[in-house]
Ligand binder design. Sequence first.
Ligand code: ITT
Length: 192
Amino acid sequence: MQLCFATNNAHKLKEIRAILGDSFELKTLNEINCEEELPETTDTIEGNSHQKAEYVWEHFHINCFADDSGLEITALNGAPGVHSAYYSGTRNHQKNIERVLNELQDADDRSAQFKTVITLILNGQSQQFEGIIKGNLLHQPRGTEGFGYDPIFVPESHDRTFAEMTLEEKGKLSHRARAFSKLVDFLQSYQG
Ligand code: ITT
């Protein structure tokens, strides 16, 4: 079955292709000739994930899935959430971290979670798969691996940040891995 992964992120695509094997012919946005930016204008991670998948289904009539992720901080009532990528006003990970650390200066509660929501649309029917990893935020960044808020995020039951873990270690714990594993389980049973 052909299935479009609504991304042009080569890294994400490679990971999921490796897991799904030959049972699904995964297409990128480029491969279905979708050259436009997908809309991401809702105010939730769930909403943006759905909006991207729906756009592909409506304009290209191909079964597809899309993901959206963000960091939700308890003391900030769930912010930056859907605004994680541009929290400082630019797509700059260091500046985004600085804004978060400033806003948390007086906070006792430093708990947070990363969340990924994947929306799958098969023959017009949509469903979502969620992955969450809970943790705590440091006062200073540590580590150089990963991206985004990884240098300040320590997952629960661990003492190193995501940026101090190898890709493989993070890959076993991450919100994205958890959501994708639910998607893959579903697709494998759907395919029979
Ligand atoms: P694409 O849409 O191109 O896939 P993106 O950077 O927007 O890339 P996401 O939608 O997955 O990626 O995540 C939005 C933002 O949330 C991202 O820019 C980071 O700031 C933050 N984020 C998501 N997952 C993260 C992770 O594993 N580690 C650190 N920060 C993460």
